[in-house]
Design a protein around this ligand. Structure first.
Ligand SMILES: [Zn+2]
Length: 180
């Protein structure tokens, strides 16, 4: 069994610190990055690729996909793909897998079926092979750490949820990855 930690909405101003920590702890991490931040923060992203981290597509401007047109949605995905491909090229790295995560886990409402086709067409894959949606990376456990700054959750509650979660149900015979 493999477990992957996923971090959304990068790159941001704490990414450098995160990279150091994950390298030190040897944690495989996938950063789902927002396309419009790529060029401005190219340096830190190149560093992440050099260190062996994986970058995934998290759309160009982080919209709610059910509230935009299909055309806009596809553009959101494709623009970010171009930027990611360029970045990988610059780093001299092969993309290990094309990964996509919808902002807010919103799969596009009435465009969901068409978007799924689009993602397949572009060669996106899912890490969790048993998932029904083949190409949309959700997660098995959401830390909900983003609720802390909004004061909807306390840090102690987050830790408590992690402690209570029984990961042993994901046994090694399952062809499955844990995605956090
Ligand atoms: Zn996000």
């Amino acid at each position: 069994m493999n477990a992957y930690l996923t971090v959304d909405d990068g790159p941001n101003n704490v990414m450098d610190e995160m990279l150091d920590y994950f390298v030190q702890e040897k944690i495989i991490t996938i950063f789902f990055v927002i396309g419009q931040r790529i060029e401005q923060q190219e340096k830190i992203l190149l560093k992440a690729l050099q260190q062996g981290f994986i970058l995934g597509n998290h759309s160009f401007s982080h919209p709610v996909f059910s509230q935009i047109t299909l055309k806009q949605a596809i553009l959101e995905i494709e623009l970010t793909e171009e930027l990611l491909n360029r970045l990988y090229q610059k780093a001299g790295k092969e993309r290990p897998a094309k990964l996509f995560r919808f902002p807010y886990f919103d799969q596009g409402g009435e465009n969901a079926v068409e978007l799924e086709k689009c993602l397949k067409y572009h060669g996106f894959v899912n890490l969790a092979q048993t998932a029904q949606q083949a190409t949309n990376i959700t997660c098995d456990f959401d830390f909900q750490e983003y609720l802390i700054p909004q004061q909807q959750k306390k840090y102690s509650e987050i830790i408590q949820r992690v402690r209570e979660k029984d990961f042993s149900t994901h046994n090694s015979n399952e062809q499955r990855q844990i995605i956090l």
